[in-house]
Design a protein around this ligand. Structure first.
Ligand code: ACM
Ligand code: ZN
Length: 552
């Protein structure tokens, strides 16, 4: 049975991957490259093919090894990776070069030339070489993405790449996905797979939401109760029976985090940790209730929504705790940004808290909104002293923005406009276009009524840069991010929410605005769905139409 299916796979790949005399069809690359000129002929990847490196960038060799390993698994060829010693010997091989080339489009650009003689990739940096490799994968049959393809390797059949020239670079420097591991813990393997899928779509930011009312997920050595108590709740949610052992959750050890961050680096992805404050802090407060206004006690929450118990802004203990936590976080995450949340912080407890009121008085603040602003400014000062930049949700605009803060605009793009006009950097993530917890279609069952629909076409139509910004202000829009909140999607359901919508955001953030073409994207997606299937992605498919009523 297995042999037969492997044979069938080999045949199906073989038939699509022959050198062809007929006019080659336009490759269905997602995200669409800036310029693609298809030519006639093919380059054959054979047992004699090598991967030659010409670069001083230490990561270039690693990219060569990454390409070699991917191809070896699918061909059984040796594909040695070696330094180019002289220009003459690149015939018949891949040449990955960063040396001596200047390309427009910044550090992520690449130039790919495939001729019958060689595959040449030129890029300012190894990152561009890596993106060219993702493009090369998409020039091969979709079925090759399957892990089963490894079994076909024994056939040792050449693979054929179409001859072409591609010049490519991203529109935005920030192309992200938020993954909420607070509502549901997800395995280390799942996070690595997510990183691979982001890289495949030339995305470069994993925004890792690590702390929530429903769970604290990151080991902090100085505060062990955060993960002993704060990482576990009694049941998945309050409407369900408690677990037999009374525990649901999990956390990432500092070693797990180092492993994931290193893995992400090898895929040119920055991991931005989010440590929520002052709200969404129930996981921490269950472990250390003395950091709240009332003193608790609290349980790790089993219900969704906004919670009233938050860190006390009047008590210096809160800041001491958060600075200690951030000190360990900074050690683990090399990215220049740390996300501190800042969203959905009800002011009820602060209004009734003597310490918070005393702080308002002592600091000459007008109200609790200014107290939130005080909170964020104080944390920003600390992060700046450690050489890091603060990002927060657009609520951090209320009561006055911290001087260097970057704003992630989620309640529409009003926050994006206000922040960019005030000279602050922005990430655009409005609910209307970027919320992947929302249904794909109004016909999808099982979603709360308040959620809007975020269809594939809606995301594809997204413009991250608001039109009211001047060209100078528009430079503050770093890019966009789609948000995978997981109240209604534990790990097993994440694929269905994220895909294929991530493919649309990848194109929105990578490809030139003028190249946006829904019909063309939809046509390319037909091929891309086959790739996703081969990658084992359980993407969303519209529910079948209801059966027609019988004719009387
Ligand atoms: C958010 O959705 N609360 C940022
Ligand atoms: Zn207080």
């Amino acid at each position: 049975m297995l042999c037969l299916s492997v044979l069938a796979l080999a045949c199906s790949m073989g038939s699509q991957n022959q050198p062809s005399e007929t006019k080659p069809s336009m490759p269905a690359i997602i995200p669409r490259p800036v310029e693609l000129e298809l030519q006639s002929g093919t380059f054959s990847i054979k047992d004699s093919t090598a991967i030659l490196i010409q670069s001083r960038d230490p990561q270039a060799k690693a990219v060569g090894e990454y390409l070699a390993s991917w191809l070896r698994q699918r061909t059984g060829f040796k594909l040695p990776v070696r330094k180019l010693t002289n220009n003459a010997d690149s015939k018949g091989h891949f040449l990955l070069a960063t040396a001596g080339r200047h390309l427009e489009g910044g550090n992520e650009a690449y130039h790919l030339t495939i001729s019958p003689e060689r595959v040449g990739v030129f890029a300012p940096r190894a990152k561009g070489l890596f993106y060219a490799v993702q493009t090369i994968r998409q020039l091969l049959p979709p079925e090759l993405e399957s892990a089963r393809a490894a079994a076909v390797a024994k056939t040792k059949k050449p693979l054929h790449l179409p001859c072409l020239r591609i010049t490519d670079n991203p529109r935005y420097r920030w192309r992200g996905l938020l993954l909420d591991c607070g509502r549901h813990f997800m395995s280390k393997e799942f996070i690595k797979r997510t990183i691979d899928l982001l890289a495949y779509h030339k995305m470069n930011v994993l925004h890792w939401h690590l702390t929530e009312d429903q769970g604290w997920r990151i080991e902090i050595k100085k505060y062990p109760k955060l993960t002993e108590l704060g990482a576990w709740r009694k049941a998945t949610r309050d409407s369900e029976q408690p677990r037999e052992n009374g525990l649901y959750g999990g956390f990432y050890s500092q070693d797990d985090i180092k492993e994931i961050v290193a893995y992400a680096k090898s895929r040119f992805i920055e991991v931005i940790p989010e440590i929520e404050m002052p709200g969404h802090s129930g996981g921490a407060l269950a472990a250390y209730p003395e950091l709240s206004c009332t003193g608790g006690p609290f349980e790790v929450s089993t219900r969704w929504g906004v919670h009233k118990d938050v860190y006390c802004a009047g008590d210096d203990k809160t800041f001491e705790f958060l600075q200690d936590v951030l000190t360990e976080v900074i050690e683990l995450f090399p990215a220049p940004f740390i996300h501190i949340g800042g969203d959905e912080c009800p002011k009820d407890r602060w209004k009734a808290c003597e310490k918070c009121q005393a702080r308002i008085k002592a600091e000459g603040l007008a109200n609790e909104h200014e107290l939130q602003s005080y909170f964020i400014r104080r944390i920003e000062k600390f992060l700046s002293s450690k050489g890091r930049r603060l990002i927060g949700w657009d609520e951090i605009l209320e009561g006055g923005l911290a001087p260097q803060a970057t704003v992630q605009s989620w309640r529409g793009l009003k926050g994006a406009v206000a922040a960019a006009k005030a000279g602050h950097d922005v990430i655009s993530s409005p609910t209307s276009h970027c919320y992947l917890d929302y249904p794909h279609s109004k016909d999808d069952p099982g979603y709360p009524n308040w959620m809007g629909v975020t269809s594939l076409e809606q995301i594809y139509s997204f413009e991250p840069t608001p039109s009211e910004l001047s060209p100078e202000q528009a430079k503050h829009i770093l890019g966009a991010e789609c948000n995978m909140w997981t109240e209604h999607a534990p790990q097993d359901l994440v694929d269905k929410q994220v895909f294929p919508r991530l493919c649309a955001l990848a194109e929105v953030t990578w490809s030139p605005q003028k190249a946006r073409d829904w019909k063309d994207f939809s046509a390319r997606m037909k091929t891309h769905y086959r790739r996703l299937k081969s990658l084992g992605v359980t993407y969303y498919r519209p529910p079948p139409p209801p059966p027609r009523a019988k004719q009387p």
